[in-house]
Design a protein around this ligand. Structure first.
Ligand SMILES: Cc1cc2nc3c(=O)[nH]c(=O)nc-3n(C[C@H](O)[C@H](O)[C@H](O)COP(=O)(O)OP(=O)(O)OC[C@H]3O[C@@H](n4cnc5c(N)ncnc54)[C@H](O)[C@@H]3O)c2cc1C
Length: 381
């Protein structure tokens, strides 16, 4: 670790590795420090859906460019990411939820996203086995997609490595040496590293890392749990999102139906501790939406942790208080999906100072200036 780097990235998840790849592609000397194994955080916990329905315009803008990047990403990174456009279907059961769907619909339309509002009687044309009782309206995004989460992490790691980035798993960042408002040294449990810029991509532990530099992030960890059924013949194409219960359901290419929701009952932040209440709730909500699932066995339950900001949108860009610290966190249930565009924009910010999509509105200072990006769909998967 004795070398000096242009950029040190804290966190070897999808966000940190994508940023490392883009920076290395731009010719910078990059080091990724990961306390566990690469992908050992939340990024390898769930088959990633890539959705574009949001109520905040800035989030839709990122999603649109991001989906464009995914089209050729397998080729660019030289690994099949199993990217496929299965679509997404968000379902509303109350008037309040209908308002959120309509808001997302309009914001998407203002950015020319192809989407459609679907009435309950037409829903079965999209998901023939769906229970439409109680549904008031749905928002269908035919171009939304899914991708293999592990593949994204491995592909970015390998591609970054090929370009000369140094990846150091099992190396924990324990502090920073600051001088005149700048980080000079990154302290790790395996020695210190000198750097010009630090990127905080530590997922749900980003607020701990920020604290090491004296900065408070308005983010909190939020535990989610997931279950998978035994695999069976594909019957569900789009990813389903219930705005009522918050469940997200999709069928993987291998045939398992996977559902996830916010953790219920007594639980700790440990991903090893799982709650029966969560499993029961996920299974109940899944059967409510797709009654055929009542005959299928659950084979697995597991947990993962969201990094949730106060307004449900990510924090991106340089930090005023510590001028060479870049934030890349607060992704809730979207970090794997957003990793291509975020890596690209942050690399552009660091290398040229001008990201191709402006990201000023995602800066940490929005929480002080009151210009929050209140994303009403953030609590969904
Ligand atoms: C149930 C569930 C479903 C989800 N579904 C989706 C989905 O459909 N689509 C989607 O895009 N996303 C989804 N997500 C969210 C997604 O997994 C996260 O947003 C994403 O993984 C965040 O990536 P990251 O790189 O920011 O964080 P992480 O992958 O958590 O990476 C951060 C890394 O930083 C490391 N680290 C922390 N502190 C330190 C330190 N001090 N020193 C060194 N290393 C450190 C951690 O070990 C970790 O590996 C889901 C999450 C869950 C739990």
């Amino acid at each position: 670790l004795r070398d000096k780097f242009d950029v040190v990235i804290v966190g070897g998840g999808a966000i940190g590795l994508s940023t490392a790849y883009q920076l290395a592609k731009g010719g910078l000397k990059v080091l990724v420090l990961e306390k566990k194994f690469l992908g050992g955080g939340t990024s390898t916990r769930f088959p990633a859906s890539i959705r574009s329905f949001f109520t905040v315009k800035e989030n839709v803008s990122l999603a649109v460019e991001n989906l464009k990047m995914f089209k050729s990403l397998s080729k660019e990174l030289k690994l099949n990411l199993l990217f496929h456009r299965n679509g997404s279907l968000a379902v509303a059961y109350t008037e309040k939820e209908v308002e959120i769907l309509k808001e997302a619909f309009s914001v998407q339309r203002s950015l020319n996203v192809k989407n459609v509002l679907v009435h309950p009687r037409e829903l079965r044309e999209i998901v023939p086995d769906m229970n439409v009782n109680g549904v008031l309206l749905a928002l269908f995004n035919p171009n939304d997609a899914a991708v293999h989460h592990d593949a994204v992490v491995w592909a970015y790691a390998e591609a970054a490595r090929r370009l000369g980035a140094k990846l150091r798993p099992h190396t924990r960042v324990v502090g920073f040496d600051l001088r005149a408002g700048k980080i000079k040294l990154v302290k790790t449990d395996r020695g210190d590293v000198e750097t010009s810029i630090v990127v905080n991509a530590a997922g749900w532990q980003s607020s701990d890392v920020a604290k090491m530099a004296g900065i408070d992030l308005p983010s909190k960890p939020q535990k989610h749990e997931a279950m998978a059924t035994e695999p069976f013949k594909r019957f569900l194409n789009p990813t389903l999102f219930s705005l009522h219960s918050g469940i997200r359901l999709n069928q993987t290419l291998r045939g398992e139906v996977v559902g996830s929701m916010k953790s219920e009952g007594k639980t700790t932040l440990s991903i090893q501790s799982l709650s029966l209440e969560s499993l029961q709730r996920i299974a109940t909500e899944a059967v409510k939406m797709l009654p055929a699932l009542r005959y299928v066995r659950v084979i697995r339950q597991w947990a993962g942790i969201y990094d949730m900001t106060l307004d449900g949108s990510p924090i991106l860009g340089f930090t005023e208080e510590v001028e060479n610290l870049v934030q890349a966190n607060g992704f809730g249930g979207l970090g794997v999906a957003f990793s291509p565009i975020v890596g690209k924009l942050l690399a552009e910010l660091i290398i040229t100072g001008k990201p191709s999509i402006p990201i000023d509105s995602f800066s940490l200072k929005r929480f002080e200036s009151g210009k929050m990006l209140n994303e009403k769909t953030a609590w969904l998967g």
